[in-house]
Design a protein around this ligand. Structure first.
Ligand code: NAP
Ligand code: MG
Length: 499
C-alpha cells in the first residue's frame, strides 16, 4: 500500500553517507542487544542503482529465530509490554513517530540506497507514511476494549480483547520501512511482541528502525529484527511452534508456503499478496486525468507495487488514441539516479528482479503484444528498466495474467461496461481496481461489481491509514489498516461471572 501523491519536500543531505552503513556488518536485534548470527555468516546488501555493495548484514537462520522467539516470549509473558498501561504504550508509539521524523533524511537515504527508489519519494511517501502509521496507531491502545453482555441476570458476562502473543512479521522489499511499520505499529498497539524479518534485498531501514525503537524506550525483546533469507530465517518463523501469529506481505507463491507451514501449531495467519489490478477507463471519463493517473498508477516505484494498475482497459473505439496518449505521458517518467531530485523512476530492486522483468518483456513480444514505448533491455550499471507499454494485449496473455512487478503496462481493449467488468475480474488476483467515469451511478455500480479489496473511482493509489487494505481471491486475506487490523493482532476471551 502506498500513495502516488506527488513528492513535495526535498531532501537536504543526500551526499553524506550515513554512519550507520559504515558500521558493517550489521547485526541482528535480539532481546534488546545487537548480536551476530550464530553461524557467523553475513550477506551483502547491494545498491541497485550502482551494483556496489553497501555493507554486510548478518544472515540469521533457524538458530537465531529460536533465540529471538525466546526473547519475544519472555518479553510477552513478563507483561512488560502487554501489561503496560495503554496511555503509556500510546505515548511510546508517538515517540517512535517523532524519532522517525527526526531521522527522516537518513532513513530516506538508506531506503533509496538499498532499494533504488528516488530519495525524494522515499522521504515523502515511505518515511512520512511510516511516521503517520505510528501516530495513528498510538491512538489505539486506549481504544481496544471488550463488551458486556446483559442477557442473563444471574451471570455477568463480558469479553476481553487480548494480544495474540508472539508475532512473526515477514515483509517485502518494495516499501521496506513502510511495510515493516505497517505491521509493527498495530502489533505494538495491541500489546504483542514480535520478530520482524525484512527482505534480504532491503534490510537496512528495518535495522535502523530497530535502533529507533530502542531509543524510544521499547522494552528489550518486544521487537526483534532478524535479517536473512526466506528459506532459513523466513521459513523458521512460519514454522515456529512458539509463534502465535504470522503477518506476511509478499508474493502469492510464498504466501501459500507460509499458510502450509503455519498448520504445525495452527498459528493465525494474515496475507497481503500480489495483484494484477485492472484500471478501467470508461468512455465518459475525464481522459486527461485518466491518462496521467494511469501512468503513475502503473509506473510508480518502477512498477514494484502490489496495487499497480498493470491492466489498463479502454473502450475499443477510444483505444488507439488512448494508447498514443499513454505512450506520450510515459515519456515523462524520467528514469535515472535515485539521489537526483528530478528522478521519477529508479532502478528495480535487484538483479533477479531485473532479469525477471526483462524476461516478461520478451514474453510479451512473443505473445504478439505491440510495444509502443520501452520494451528493450537497458545495458550498463544498475538494474534500470524503461517504462514499457504493451498495446494489443489480450487478457489471456501471460503479461496480462502474471504479476510482473516492474514498469510494464498492458493496454487491453473492451467492448462495453459489462465486458470491462468481466475482463477486469478475470484474474486470480483481487487486490485493487479502478474505474474512470463521470456518471455517478455507473461509478458505484462498477465499484460493486469489481472483485477487489480496494476500488478507486477517478483516482488511482489513494490510501489512508484509517482505511482497511487487503485482498480478494489469491491476493490474500485479512485487512490491515484502520480498526480492522486490530482484529488481526488481538484475540477475544469470554468471561462468565456468577452473581
Ligand atoms: P517473496 O519471496 O514473497 O518475499 C517476501 C518476503 O518473504 C521476504 O522477506 C522473503 O525473504 C520472505 N520469504 C521468502 N521465502 C520464504 C519462505 N519460504 N518462508 C518465509 N518467508 C519467505 O517476494 P520476492 O521473491 O522478493 O519477489 C518475487 C515476486 O513477489 C515479485 O516479483 C512480485 O511479483 C511479488 N512481490 C509482491 C509484493 C507485494 O507487496 N504484494 C512484494 C514483493 C514481491 P527473502 O527476501 O530473503 O527471500
Ligand atoms: Mg539492497
Amino acid at each position: 500500500m502506498a500513495t502516488t501523491q506527488a513528492a513535495s519536500e526535498k531532501i537536504t543531505s543526500v551526499t553524506a553517507i550515513p554512519a550507520f552503513i559504515k558500521d558493517s556488518p550489521k547485526k541482528l536485534l535480539i532481546g534488546g542487544k545487537w548480536v551476530s548470527a550464530k553461524s557467523g555468516k553475513t550477506f551483502e546488501s547491494i545498491n541497485p542503482a550502482t551494483e556496489a555493495v553497501i555493507c554486510q548484514v548478518a544472515e540469521g537462520d533457524k538458530a537465531d529465530v529460536d533465540e529471538a522467539v525466546k526473547a519475544a516470549r519472555k518479553a510477552y509473558e513478563t507483561g512488560k509490554w502487554s501489561a503496560m498501561g495503554p496511555h503509556e504504550r500510546g505515548r511510546l508509539l508517538l515517540k517512535i513517530a517523532d524519532l522517525i521524523e527526526k531521522y527522516a533524511d537518513e532513513l530516506a537515504l538508506l531506503e533509496s540506497l538499498d532499494n533504488g527508489k528516488p530519495v525524494v519519494q522515499a522521504k515523502n511517501i515511505d518515511v512520512r507514511g511510516a511516521a503517520a502509521q505510528f501516530r495513528y496507531f498510538a491512538g489505539w491502545p486506549t481504544k481496544i476494549y471488550g463488551e458486556t453482555n446483559p442477557s442473563d441476570p444471574s451471570i455477568f458476562s463480558y469479553t476481553l480483547r487480548e494480544p495474540m502473543g508472539v508475532c512473526g512479521l515477514i515483509v517485502p522489499w518494495n516499501f521496506p520501512l513502510l511495510m515493516a511499520v505497517q505491521k509493527t505499529a498495530p502489533a505494538l498497539a495491541c500489546g504483542n511482541t514480535m520478530i520482524l524479518k525484512p527482505a534480504e534485498q532491503t534490510p537496512l531501514t528495518a535495522l535502523r528502525f530497530g535502533e529507533i525503537l530502542l531509543e524510544a524506550g521499547v522494552p528489550e525483546g518486544v521487537v526483534n529484527v532478524i535479517t536473512g533469507f526466506g528459506p532459513g530465517a523466513g521459513s523458521s518463523i512460519a514454522e515456529h511452534p512458539d509463534i502465535d501469529k504470522v503477518s506476511f506481505t509478499g508474493s502469492t507463491e510464498v504466501g501459500k508456503l507460509i499458510l502450509q507451514a503455519s498448520a504445525g501449531n495452527l498459528k493465525r495467519v494474515s496475507l497481503e499478496l500480489g495483484g494484477k489490478s485492472p484500471n478501467i477507463v470508461l468512455p465518459d471519463a475525464d481522459m486527461d486525468a485518466a491518462v496521467n493517473t494511469a501512468v503513475n498508477g502503473v509506473f510508480f516505484n518502477s512498477g514494484q507495487v502490489c496495487v499497480a494498475g498493470t491492466r489498463i482497459f479502454v473502450q475499443r473505439d477510444q483505444y488507439e488514441g488512448f494508447v498514443e496518449r499513454l505512450t506520450q505521458a510515459s515519456r515523462k517518467m524520467t528514469i535515472g539516479d535515485p539521489l537526483s531530485p528530478d528522478t521519477r523512476l529508479g532502478p528495480l530492486v535487484s538483479k533477479e528482479q531485473f532479469d525477471r522483468v526483462n524476461n516478461y518483456l520478451e514474453i510479451g513480444k512473443k505473445e504478439g503484444a505491440r510495444v509502443t514505448i520501452g520494451g528493450e533491455k537497458v545495458s550498463g550499471k544498475g538494474y534500470f528498466v524503461k517504462p514499457t507499454v504493451f498495446a494489443d494485449v489480450d487478457n489471456k496473455m501471460k503479461i496480462a495474467r502474471e504479476e510482473i512487478f516492474g514498469p510494464v503496462a498492458a493496454a487491453i481493449p473492451f467492448k462495453d461496461e459489462n465486458d470491462a467488468i468481466l475482463q477486469g475480474n478475470d484474474t486470480t488476483y483481487g487486490l485493487a481496481a479502478a474505474v474512470w467515469t463521470r456518471d455517478v451511478s455507473r461509478a458505484h455500480r462498477v465499484a460493486r461489481a469489481l472483485k477487489a479489496g480496494t476500488v478507486w473511482v477517478n483516482n488511482y493509489g489513494s490510501s489512508d491509514v484509517a482505511m482497511p487494505f487487503g485482498g480478494y481471491k489469491q491476493s490474500g486475506f485479512g485487512r490491515e489498516g484502520g480498526r480492522h487490523v486490530i482484529d488481526l493482532f488481538t484475540q477475544i476471551k469470554s468471561v462468565y461471572v456468577k452473581l
